[in-house]
Design a protein around this ligand. Sequence first.
Ligand code: TXA
Ligand code: MG
Length: 328
Amino acid sequence: MPILDGLDPAAQAAAADVLAAGGLVAFATETVYGLGARADDDAAVAAIFTAKGRPADHPLIVHVATLDDAQHFGDLSHPAALRLAERFWPGPLTLIVPRRPGVGTAAAGGQGSIGLRMPSHPVARALLLAAAARGVRGVAAPSANRFGRVSPTRASHVTDELGPDLLVLDGGDCPLGIESAIVDCTRDKPALLRPGMLDRTAIEAALGTALQAAGPDAPRASGTLEAHYAPQARLRLLDGPMLRSALEVLQGAPVPQGLAVYSRTVRQVPRGITLRAMPDDAGGVAHELFAVLRDFDLAGMRLIWVEAPPPGPQWDGVRDRLARAAAA
Ligand code: TXA
Ligand code: MG
């Protein structure tokens, strides 16, 4: 099946029919594209793991259209969970809460907790509402990429990863460009498991307390594996001054290399290096980051140099994804 216009009601209805029948649909969200299946159907959920090549014990995020549907899958009575859901849903925040017994078992990878998110993107919302009208109260959806790879931020990335047979609801380029922030609300004190573009200062302001860092006893999350979000090429992070001195001594690149920078100080590069000037704000970089890594891969780059992001909580999400890509 093709890439369909995700704002077309007929396409939304067709996609919701596929979900209701236990099939897979990819769809735009404000963060990255998701690969969805109805969360109450273990066989449909199993098909996600097969398509992604992902180990089946990794828990998936269940996407919902309403707070009521969220409450169907999880217990949001923890004050932190309720407050964050009220403040930031719909939006780029996933809450880990205790799972209700007997629901979403396969989606949660058998864990006693479940990850819930109410996306704000009009395509995702329309799909979830159309699915709910067909009795589908939650859509389990990891990012629509092969396991360990960079998440897709446009419809063509999804078909590049998962083949042309999949129905994709196109919503254009994902506005945020990196995955949701994940907050674990199953413990006394909420912990940030994965930073996103909703930054920790905003979450802490809403909570009125500091977030814990993800500890070794935190629930297993594949997005928190060291080597994740990796392009095919090797990726190296260098701060601005080191990058500039490296470029000064380099005569030419022995293999094709890509270079992504935020600062405006690098203007010329040696032969064999392709320069990509990124925006100098975190939101702009996040929006482009995964597409830039993909473009470098497609162009056959063997090595990707990236200027290390500046300090500041607004860069936490970008810094996290780049650190993981560099660790792969
Ligand atoms: O922005 C996003 O969150 C995107 C879009 C599609 O919504 N989804 C996404 O899903 O990034 P995925 O599967 O690639 O990452 C989900 C993360 C994983 O690290 C997973 O292990 C974690 O959420 N997670 C899900 N349920 C969990 C649970 N019960 N306990 C701990 N971690 C959980
Ligand atoms: Mg992912």
